[in-house]
Design a protein. Sequence first.
Lengths: 109, 115
Amino acid sequence: TQLLEQSPQFLSIQEGENLTVYCNSSSVFSSLQWYRQEPGEGPVLLVTVVTGGEVKKLKRLTFQFGDARKDSSLHITAAQPGDTGLYLCAGYRDDKIIFGKGTRLHILP
Amino acid sequence: DTGVSQDPRHKITKRGQNVTFRCDPISEHNRLYWYRQTLGQGPEFLTYFQNEAQLEKSRLLSDRFSAERPKGSFSTLEIQRTEQGDSAMYLCASSHQGGSGNTIYFGEGSWLTVV
């Protein structure tokens, strides 16, 4: 059983479109992180959210932590080909982070 | 560069051979983690250290795997008698306990291919 479920698993959209990726769990996390990973590289941290209901913005990326700290979303506005990659959510619990399987995003030029 | 560094980045080995990976964490980070990632999956937790103490090991870490962090700085992950199923990317990460949001930073990973 996957502790963190990400949806969709794959997403291919045209440049300029908006998209939202979801990360859901039945468990509460003290914090939740979003990473982006390129092929053959390690995950690179995008953001950490700590407070329930928290919203953080990183240029065209908007991250939200659910009020109950069980879920999160990543919204990308006007997607660019450079946004292509694997987006991983990870929850901090019991002194370690647990990852979802990721959402593979492909932005078509 | 003061990030997490891993060595080697790529390793091809024959089945049955032993391999060792090294991780140098971010300076002054007291926690160090090892994860394994296979194609199409997110990273899976293997083990972690606080300073030199190994505090938790996943059931994924069979008795052929051993990790050490002898001086509380760098760490090694050794795989003995490698099997084809060990082929994966091995990721090291570090954090500072009590840091903002429990943020964990990853290295670039060490790719293992067992042939």
